[in-house]
Design a protein around this ligand. Structure first.
Ligand SMILES: [Zn+2]
Length: 236
């Protein structure tokens, strides 16, 4: 029996896998060789999906209720402390793993695309980081989620907002001070015009909703703009 030679790239992959195994970013277990998705099959099925996109009223829309005019809002997962979603977000935000954002965006975009409320979206706008913070981190995690959504929803990512206040010192502020601080933190990008467009504003996690509210309020300054929101996760 003759053994056909393996392409060098595959051989190299196997070799590298011995030293740097591919791990699932949600549970830390080894991924099967050759798997390019950053999440294992078990986690793929066990991630706590909310199905918000199937319900016009949900925990996300309720959180922003009465604060600004919103068409639809949906978060992919429920944030659970020490759970799979928290680990995914850790890798996306603090461990340089942009591919987690891209992967989750592609998955969620496919789900959103199947629902009329999100089919009318014209453009995807990520919540911006302050340029200084983006330089330190090397990228904006919300932008990579937006790029994933863009791929499957077939809508462009538009950088319609900029963050003008550096909010690193927020931890020493009270909740009320933080809200005032964040409400002043964003401006519209002068070069972008979105009148009458349906915009999907996206961020990684929804907590109080103050950041999304501040960004949304700015976007609504475009005449006739319709606003919807999407996030990777919603926390209690
Ligand atoms: Zn896993």
């Amino acid at each position: 029996m003759t053994v056909l030679p393996q392409p060098v790239s595959l051989w190299l992959n196997d070799l590298l896998g011995l030293f740097y195994p591919n791990l699932c970013y949600a549970c830390g277990q080894n991924l099967p060789a050759g798997q390019s998705d950053p999440v294992c099959l078990t986690c793929h099925y066990k991630l706590p999906r909310t199905d918000h996109h199937l319900h016009a009223e949900n925990a996300f829309t309720e959180r922003l209720w009465g604060r600004l005019e919103l068409q639809s809002a949906a978060a992919f997962f429920q944030f659970v402390k020490d759970g799979r979603v928290q680990r995914l977000l850790y890798h996306l935000k603090y461990n340089g793993k942009r591919e987690v954002g891209l992967y989750l965006g592609k998955l969620y975009g496919a789900a959103l695309k199947s629902v009329p409320a999100f089919q009318s979206v014209d453009a995807i706008v990520p919540v911006p980081l302050h340029p200084r913070k983006e330089k330190i981190r090397g990228y904006n995690q919300a932008d990579w989620f937006a790029r994933g959504l863009s791929e499957t929803m077939q809508r462009p990512v538009i950088y319609a907002l900029k963050r003008t206040v550096f909010t690193q010192t927020q931890t020493r502020m009270t909740r009320a001070e933080r809200q005032v601080n964040v409400s002043r933190a964003f401006e519209l990008s002068a070069s972008v015009s979105l009148p009458g467009k349906h915009v999907l504003l996206v961020d990684d996690v929804v907590t109080t909703g103050a950041t999304l509210e501040a960004c949304g309020a700015r976007l609504l300054q475009h005449p006739g703009l319709q606003l919807s929101m999407a996030a990777i996760a919603i926390a209690d």
